[in-house]
Design a protein around this ligand. Sequence first.
Ligand code: ADP
Ligand code: MG
Length: 450
Amino acid sequence: MTKEELWQAVLAQIQLNISPANFATWFKNTEIISKEEYQVMVSAPNSFAKEWLEQKYGKAILKILHSLDGEVKEVKYMVGKAGLKIFKKALAPSLSEVGQLEFQEFKIDKETNLNPRYTFENFVVGPFNELPHAAAWAVSKNPGFVYNPLFVYGGVGLGKTHLLQAIGNEVTKETPKKKVKYIPSEKFTAGVVTAIRNREVESFKSKYRLIDVLILDDVQFLAGKEKTQEEFFHTFNYLYEKNKQIVLSSDRPPKAIPALAERLRSRFEGGMIADIGYPDYETRIAILKTKSQERKIELPEDVLNYIATNIQRNIRELEGALNRLSAYQKLQNQAPSLEIAKSLLKNLILSPAKVVTPKKILQAVAEFYDLKERDLLSSSRRKEIVRPRQIAMYLLREDLKSSYPFIGRRFGGKDHTTAIHSHEKIVRELEGSESLNDEINLIRQRIFSG
Ligand code: ADP
Ligand code: MG
């Protein structure tokens, strides 16, 4: 048996014993990397999957492997790259996966955190983003002196991060000695938390004070993080007074960010506020054409028209559609016809409005943690149950905007303070834990795809 066959045989057995969703989550893009004497090395697509395989399925995997090949006595796990093979699998990759694969060759700069793929050159301008684009361009040409701060807001996937990073990349290109730093707000928050815990607040502060252009992405995530807001307020003032540039983005205008300290809100509103709207049809076509060129593919007009007509509110999804078709084209060596494009994009375009319900959230959480829904509703204090329950409550609050009393009732008649406590606990933990963030996003994928 080759190692590929061996792993296929293992997967076949595992598949019989776990739910399809769990199988897809944990075993997709796994493979045997090497087999030497008694040891087998299995690769997983990310560290989170690696841990789960090790801890939750490790015993079963070893047992099956050993039964297939008596030599095998030990299984090791590592994080490997997902590889382009993904396209050949029956399981269609999620759009974000394809998006990432397409751009893996870009390296994020360690100093600035900038991704060189985001530039002004490949940023398509149309009526929907003309103003933020013009402001961003002006800022990049004269940082600190035109619009300070520049605050860009708009819905998901509409180009905020791209535009913000383009400013940073442009400044770095023009004046390499200027210190530019791009940082997502969650990272900034995590930095504050760590600094406080390690008593390094002073060095944290001074690090940020050397910056010429500070770019803070998705500041809506500062909502309710009082300590972080306070730190950022001081940093902001310091930089502002020294005529250093500050650029911010958010999914909503400053006045709509809840639990934002008034003094910070008024700072955010003190410069230029520019919003990105939805691209019109012509711009959507222009974006598709630009990005086809980048990918060195050419799609028939009717296919472009089909995508632009059916995806209207998210440029990331336009790109995702293109990536799927581009993968097809590269594998088949021919452009997809309209009919093929329709079938390739079926679950992206035709999916009916995805309705999320408390029931769906409960199901997804229970399934993810191998629990019964009634465990989540019970009053058990067992650790394996308490935490998933808190996460489920968190999701009800975050994604459904359920009230605390409603959440309490939905979970077997608990008090609303239990719901508040659970939500807060997870929010706090998320500030310091990337892996919890990944974990919750995996659950979300199930909620939104199921
Ligand atoms: P946001 O931060 O608003 O969620 P992103 O900046 O991450 O959105 O954009 C999502 C994807 O769409 C990125 O791959 C980005 O390069 C692309 N994109 C967004 N706006 C444009 C644009 N005007 N021209 C070209 N590509 C764009
Ligand atoms: Mg973004």
